[in-house]
Design a protein around this ligand. Structure first.
Ligand SMILES: [Zn+2]
Length: 562
């Protein structure tokens, strides 16, 4: 590609069974507008929902930038329209944020210097398991002694995450997040960024230290009680470690004195650590005292516009959970200490959940039981009987109206030139909680299962045991590794080699199964056949297949990486 020219980026990406993905533009206009706002020129054909293309203007190109179709290659078998849109958004975002150097590196993946890569001359660098920092505590009694304080493990995700070295306890309700977990979390944050930015979200980062004055203004310094973690600085000034940021963000927007209705809505969000002094932290990452949350705050110029924003964010949450493959219910919820006029929770139905939900099997009504009159347990919409279930709250939305904007005077100039208060909403997603809840919902008693998009590594390669009859296949697996790296650059950094060859294949397969890599590839007896056949364990379909090198690449070309 030439710098200084318009660059045509094909969005019709190759996939397994045909040469193009036909992008179905459910709301063609909306999608075209979205891309247009981001500086892309949309092809005419696009508007009719036909096979799409978009052209990136020259000003977005940087010297030295090179983009190849292979870099943008992804897979799209059976993608829904919203998924296509999300994938496209992700690709474009990723591509545009890649520094020129990183772009080059991606293409020359063999030359990235990295401490985790095993270096051997004449070979591609390989990511090897033996160098991972991953304290495994695979025996149950070892895990019990880790959490000796409470003397009990309270749920499956907590036990499994401790066993395989995803987390390590630091103090009650606080955990070290270890490398696999951080990788999964970074992927989750990328998916969240895509969804939030697709509806116009702008990412900010507000301080964790939040001054008491702000909280006194809303009376929440007293209302929040002991849940608020409070501290004083050397001058005796009081602060809390923020559990949420309504006060901070409203004061921030209020400080902008010349806002016009033309600039609204603002959808400001962040992904940061939050703090809550839980009386009894439990369930590992599900109820900790320190955790990651995505919190978004929206500012609109009218109630109608604010309701529209509210439904946009709810839609983005649905899209997020659908992409992760997590079963969820959206229920009407109590506004609690946040306040406001309307609230919904996104819940994953699972037994360990601490919320009681009532769902109507005959109509779409569903609610947190807190919101219902318990003397009358019939559906308020169709009067039918309600089904009760337990859930883990993973998302929460609030329509706030002017509750906070009136206190901090967050206003803008309306269409008549008069000052007017912003209509607000706030929207949370428990980031570390979604990870733990997904593991809770998807895993078996003994083995972790991830949403495919979030698996820390997509592929684990297991070479033969040292000194075994199959040892000759070691090099074949090495060349398979290099072949994957060359043919599928999108899997860069996703392929891990279990080089602990003093262990049998069986033992390493057991570990791999426990860790839940979506694909485990073994070089066993049949690798020595001509042509070589590798044993491939596919986690999502529970299939074991024998494939040639080309077959493996074809299979892995369908893997989605975020
Ligand atoms: Zn009903």
């Amino acid at each position: 590609m030439m710098v200084g020219e318009s660059l045509v980026v094909s969005l019709c990406l190759s996939f397994r069974k045909a040469s193009h993905v036909r992008l179905e533009w459910g709301g063609a206009r909306a999608h075209s507008t979205l891309l247009h706002e981001r500086g892309f020129v949309i092809g005419e054909k696009h508007r009719r929902g036909a096979e799409g293309w978009a052209r990136l203007p020259a000003h977005a190109c940087r010297p030295g930038m090179a983009v190849t179709r292979a870099m943008l290659a992804t897979t799209a078998v059976g993608m829904s329209a919203s998924l296509c849109r999300a994938v496209m958004e992700g690709l474009l975002t990723r591509w545009r944020t890649l520094p020129a150097q990183a772009t080059c590196r991606l293409q020359l993946s063999g030359s990235i210097p990295c401490g985790l890569h095993h270096c051997a001359s004449g070979r591609r660098k390989r990511l090897v398991l033996s160098r991972m920092f991953q304290p495994q505590n695979l025996r149950e009694d070892q895990v019990l002694s880790l959490e000796g304080r409470s003397g009990e493990l309270t749920c499956k995700s907590q036990r499994l995450m401790l066993q395989v070295g995803l987390i390590h306890p630091a103090s009650p309700g606080c955990y070290h997040l270890l490398p696999y977990t951080v990788r999964a979390m970074e992927k989750l944050v990328r998916v969240i960024d895509q969804e939030m930015q697709a509806i116009g979200g702008q990412k900010v980062n507000m301080p964790s230290l939040s001054s008491a004055e702000l909280w006194r203004a809303t009376n929440r310094w007293d209302l929040m009680g002991k849940e608020l973690l409070r501290l004083r600085d050397r001058h005796g000034k009081e602060y809390c470690l923020g559990p949420t940021h309504e006060e901070a963000v409203t004061a921030l927007v209020a400080s902008q004195k010349t806002l016009s209705y033309k600039q609204l809505p603002f959808l400001l969000y962040q992904v940061t650590r939050k703090f809550r002094d839980e009386p009894r932290p439990r369930f590992g990452l599900l109820r900790g005292r320190e955790f990651y949350m995505k919190d978004m705050y929206t500012f609109d110029s009218s109630t109608e516009a604010a309701w529209h924003t509210y439904s946009l964010v709810c839609g983005a949450y649905c899209s997020l959970f659908n992409r992760l493959g997590l079963p969820f219910v959206k229920v009407q919820a109590d506004v609690g200490s946040i306040g406001g006029m309307m609230s919904h929770e996104f819940q994953l139905p699972v037994d360990v959940g601490e919320d009681q939900l009532a769902i109507c099997p005959s109509c779409s009504f569903s609610a947190n039981m807190e919101t219902l009159d318990l003397s009358q347990m019939n559906c308020p919409v169709c009067q039918g009987p309600l089904t009760k279930t337990k859930g883990i709250e993973v998302g929460h939305t609030f329509y706030l109206g002017t509750k906070y904007s009136s206190i901090f005077n967050a206003q803008f100039t309306n269409v008549h030139g008069k000052p007017s208060l912003a209509e607000m909403g706030c929207y949370g997603l428990g980031v570390t909680r979604i990870l733990a809840a997904a593991i809770e919902v998807l895993s078996t008693e003994d083995c972790i299962r991830w949403p495919g998009l979030l698996a820390p590594y997509q592929v684990c390669l297991i070479p033969p045991k040292r000194g075994s009859k199959e040892e000759g296949a070691t090099e074949l697996l090495g060349s398979l590794h290099d072949h994957i790296a060359e043919a599928l650059p999108q899997l860069h950094g996703e392929v891990l080699l279990d080089d602990r060859t003093h262990l049998t294949i069986g033992n390493r397969l057991k570990d791999a199964n426990k860790l839940g890599y979506p694909f485990v590839i073994i070089a066993g007896k049949r690798a020595l056949e001509d042509p070589s056949h590798f044993e491939v364990w596919c986690q999502n379909t529970s299939e074991v297949v024998f494939l040639t090198k080309e077959g493996v690449v074809e299979l892995l070309s369908t893997v989605q990486v975020v």
